[in-house]
Design a protein around this ligand. Structure first.
Ligand code: CP3
Length: 343
């Protein structure tokens, strides 16, 4: 997995799934019983247990620590709940609210995150499986903090971009500083690669992405300790900004299924490795069809300097476990021969 991130030679594409630790797994639901999502995130033993479930039960080839992109947010002074998506008690709408936020040292404000990572690294010492850290991108975090919850088109956020750009700019600046520090602290605690999730940047036009998001992605990419841990950038619904994403200088671009991975693999050349990009809904397909789709993605992505098989977005609560198993088996059935033949 780490070699593929850096574009070094591999026998076949490694495989993991975004949201691989979650409600589609009966074993996750059992551990989650009687606890709130926040309690799960803060309980080191339980978080370690569910982080390892996809590895032990299904054989994924990377472990992402169990948490959420909102984990460091309450310590800024913002109340967030899950129902099941994030809900912000008092949405951010003014400069005064941004100025009132604190940015505490994450090592002190969310120490359990780093305990979870250190415990997972110890657990994984025997396996040749890397540990992944992650953070929410400032734009996506800001989208929820301004809107107050998820939304179809984030009208309040977009109004802010045009009516009070200084508020969004100040909020993103604060969140960028938080994100850089949070990812670097995760790397110190044992994360071997880190992924930045920008779920909502795709609502922007290419011009808006260039103005509001590209500089933030570039800043984070330049300040994360990439000698220790490759930097993976995920933008959901980002087919129209993929050329801009190439300019971020990430180690890996994680793609959703709306992107032609073959065309991008040829364009990206040696600049970046690619991750993705099966539609999570496609895991409902019969086993043979899943094999066919996985082999097709691997053939298409083969011209890339490196490819990591993954979904185009997180595993959904109603994803059939059999579909996930078929996906992993299909990935592992790819031989180096398949790779060579297409090159
Ligand atoms: O990938 C993993 O296995 C690691 C854990 C992880 C979670 N959330 C656990 C989770 C990661 C990496 C995330 C990222 C996340 N969280 C994103 C970015 C990626 C994406 O999916 O777009 C976003 C936007 C969030 C915010 C969030 N958290 C939403 C919208 C929801 C509700 C949606 C849903 O799946 O129900 C959550 C809750 C959440 N985060 C759950 C899990 C396992 C479900 C909690 C539960 O058990 O009830």
């Amino acid at each position: 997995m780490l070699r593929a991130c850096r574009g070094e030679a591999v026998d076949r594409p490694p495989v993991w799934l975004m949201r691989q630790a979650g409600r589609y797994l009966p074993e996750y639901r059992r551990v989650r019983e009687g606890a709130t999502f926040w309690e799960m995130c803060r309980d080191v033993d339980r978080a370690v247990e569910v982080s390892l479930q996809p590895l032990h039960l299904l054989g994924t080839e990377a472990v992402i620590f169990f948490s959420d992109i909102f984990t460091p947010i309450p310590n800024l002074g913002i109340e967030v709940d899950f129902a099941p998506g994030p809900r912000v008690a008092t949405p951010i709408r003014s400069l005064a609210q941004v100025e009132a936020l604190r940015v505490p040292d994450c090592r002190e404000s969310v120490p359990f995150v780093f305990e979870i990572l250190r415990a997972l690294r110890r657990e994984l010492a025997q396996d040749q499986v890397p540990l992944l850290g992650f953070a929410g991108a400032p734009f996506t975090l800001a989208a929820y903090l301004v809107e107050g919850s998820g939304s179809k088109n984030f009208g309040t956020l977009k109004q802010m971009m045009y009516r009070a750009p200084e508020v969004l700019r100040a909020l993103q600046e604060l969140l960028t500083a938080l994100t850089v520090d949070y990812l670097n602290a995760q790397i110190e605690a044992g994360a071997q690669a880190v992924q930045l999730f920008d779920t909502w940047a795709g609502i922007l036009s290419p011009a808006e992405y260039r103005e509001w998001v590209l500089p933030v992605h570039r800043e984070i990419a330049s300040k994360v300790n990439r000698k220790e841990a490759p930097f993976i950038l995920y933008v959901n619904n980002g087919a129209h900004v993929v050329d801009e994403m190439l300019d971020v200088n990430a180690d890996v671009l994680s793609l959703d299924w709306r992107i032609d991975i073959g065309a991008l693999a040829r364009r990206a050349g040696t600049r970046v490795s690619l991750q993705g990009n099966l539609d999570p809904c496609a895991l409902a397909a019969p086993r043979e069809k899943i094999f066919e789709m996985v082999h097709q993605i691997a053939r298409d992505a083969a011209p890339a300097r490196g490819h990591i098989l993954n979904l185009g977005h997180g595993c959904l609560p109603d994803t059939p476990v059999e579909g996930v198993r078929a996906f992993l088996e299909a990935a592992k059935s790819l031989g180096s021969a398949t790779q060579r033949n297409v090159r």
